[in-house]
Ligand binder design. Structure first.
Ligand code: SF4
Length: 215
């Protein structure tokens, strides 16, 4: 389930407590891991500082690309379909040099699922636009092409997590993250004007509607 696409999803989650916190898988770079293609965290490390400070959340970081390919690495992007298509053998992952990273990306995705299952993760907060972690939008072919093309859909690791029954949400799904934070911290008041990625201006201009795509 993609939490941003189901208005009732967050309310239906069990109530977290300090004794029994939500177990939340997060993209490693959102946990300040230096696991990006260039050994940085893409500047995302501070994004979930609020989550790490809450006793009602247990954060489980993982990077599927670091696991499958290593650091540094080329930029893995999907060609011919989304993450589900890659897992089904109908699409491939190539870097900007044309190197086929498909087996390594699938290996990293499977390892992320194993990490999630070991931790009994109830949901995952992932980085959108990533060929592994994307949950709303990913590149359609190499992102360094001009113009860059996009597709509505999920990356390889996100697809594997969804197939394993782990709910996912993007770091850009601000409406849903606000609702999740209010469940974790009853004193928090979510911004009623916040929007999820598929409700934003860029998404509408790029894809022509707010309709979320894929499964
Ligand atoms: S694969 Fe995911 S966790 Fe790793 S650097 Fe990319 S977005 Fe971050």
């Amino acid at each position: 389930m993609r939490l941003a696409h189901d208005p009732t999803a967050v309310a239906s989650l069990r109530s977290p407590t300090a004794d029994d916190p939500w177990r939340i898988l997060v993209s490693g770079c959102l946990h300040a891991w230096p696991c990006a293609i260039d050994g940085t965290d893409y500047g995302l490390g501070p994004a979930l500082g609020w989550l790490r400070a809450l006793p009602t959340a247990r954060v489980v970081p993982f990077c599927p690309e670091e696991h499958g390919i290593g650091v540094p690495r080329g930029m893995p992007d999907l060609h011919g379909g989304d993450g589900f298509a890659v897992l089904a053998g109908r699409a491939r992952v190539l870097d900007e040099h044309g190197t086929d990273l498909t087996p390594a990306m699938v290996r990293g995705a499977r390892a992320m699922v194993q990490r999630a299952l070991r931790a009994r993760a109830e949901l995952a907060i992932l980085v959108d636009m990533s060929g592994a972690c994307g949950t709303q939008v990913i590149s359609d072919g190499c992102r360094y092409d001009d113009p860059r093309r996009f597709q509505v859909g999920v990356g390889v690791a996100a697809a594997a997590l969804l197939q394993a029954g782990v709910a996912v949400v993007a770091q850009r799904d601000h409406r849903t993250l606000g609702l999740l934070r209010a469940r974790l911290d009853p004193g928090f008041r979510p911004d009623p004007t916040a929007r999820d990625h598929h409700q934003g201006d860029w998404y509408v201009e790029t894809f022509g509607s707010t309709a979320p795509g894929g499964r």
